[in-house]
Design a protein around this ligand. Structure first.
Ligand code: MG
Ligand code: ZN
Length: 359
């Protein structure tokens, strides 16, 4: 009798542990990739200082680094950087979803669509700009905004929220792509209030003709609200989601050598990070990856004060730099992102986290 009870208890424990192991498996249902454009370690620490010594980013459990040279340049730009994340191949600066020979290569967003997942893009610049474009478009140059806008119609992306209205509606070819989007069942939103009225279905949201304003210049908490809206819409798909969210203007603060611009944009991006991690924690089945394409400005921090939030920086360039970039991860599969690897490996890690099969 005693032996039988031990056996039963053992069996019960085995089932309980196996259940937990399955729930905490390495294969998330959802992946949310967050790109702070131009966000190196100094930009992060400037934001942390400006936010009085803390960031939501610190909740990430895994940290790694990526090496980000482009095929034609030691220092990458956002197009080659985002194409490496999206497609798993390094390419030349300016390339949007094409390899070093200009050949289109499938993106993780397109693969997610093919597998029946919901997909989305959120940015605080034109949705046709290099970072979001590289996940959905295949063009030889990042400057071909109107071609990139047309490529949105070659996909079934469920939600996109950003700027860039004019590339859809005031085009040299006279087409109004918003009519085509409507015909395909998209809700079109032209303000945050309109975004928030959409509670189901597909959404194409244009919050600016070209780029949204700076955070400090009237954009306010649009990134946080866009993030919440995108997650809510995509989360209705039982199979899961792939969502890319970009804090686009940290880079522009770097190009402008403007410390306050960087701090404001960094803290705003961190608020979006907080919402995403909160969702991931409650959901339990969402892998969050937070990184940058490259550093911008060659920023160093030479003085600061955590209690006042003041921070003083020195810049060495108004362009991008070649330093390794930190990668932060949270959720099932996060541990795959520790170590030092190529920017293009982020694609391969997402690909295997989703359990997609090579064709
Ligand atoms: Mg960008
Ligand atoms: Zn830049």
């Amino acid at each position: 009798m005693f032996k039988k009870n031990i056996l039963l208890i053992g069996l019960f424990l085995f089932i309980a542990i196996a259940g937990v192991a399955q729930k905490r498996g390495k294969h998330p249902k959802n992946i949310i990739l967050m790109v702070g454009d131009g966000m190196g370690a100094a930009q992060i620490y400037a934001g942390l200082t400006g936010n009085f010594g803390k960031l939501d980013l610190e909740q990430c459990t895994t940290v790694g680094f990526h090496k980000n040279t482009a095929t034609d340049n030691y220092v990458t730009d956002s197009a080659a950087g985002a194409t490496a994340f999206a497609c798993g191949q390094k390419t030349y600066n300016g390339a949007i979803g094409v390899d070093a020979n200009g050949k289109p290569i499938p993106t993780i967003l397109e693969m997610a669509e093919q597998h029946g997942l919901a997909t989305g893009l959120v940015a605080t610049c034109s949705i046709t700009h290099a970072t979001p474009a590289s996940f959905i478009s295949h063009q030889s140059s990042r400057s071909l905004d109107e071609n990139i806008a047309l490529d949105f119609l070659n996909t079934d992306v469920d939600v996109f929220i950003g700027g860039g209205r004019k590339f859809f509606t005031q085009r040299k070819d006279g087409l109004n792509l918003n009519d085509s989007l409507k015909a395909r069942g998209y809700h079109i939103a032209n303000s945050m209030a309109e975004v928030q009225q959409v509670t189901s279905g597909k959404l194409a949201a244009f919050l600016a003709d070209e780029h949204q304003a700076r955070f400090s210049d009237g954009r306010g908490d649009e990134l946080v609200k866009s993030t919440e809206a995108a997650i809510q819409l995509l989360n209705t798909n039982k199979k899961g989601m792939f969502l890319m969210i970009e804090g686009s203007q940290i880079d522009w603060g770097g190009h402008n050598n403007n410390m306050q611009y960087i701090v404001d944009e960094m803290i705003d991006f961190d608020h979006a990070i907080g919402k995403v991690i909160e969702f991931a924690r409650n959901d339990g089945n969402t892998l969050v990856i937070i990184t940058a394409d490259h550093e911008t400005g060659g920023l160093s921090l030479v003085a600061g004060n955590i209690s006042t939030g003041a921070v003083e920086g020195k810049f060495t360039t108004s362009n991008h730099t070649g330093v390794m970039i930190p990668v932060f991860a949270y959720g099932p599969g996060a541990e795959q992102f520790s170590g030092i690897y190529q920017n293009s490996d982020i694609f391969h890690k997402m690909f295997s986290a989703f359990r997609f099969k090579k064709k």
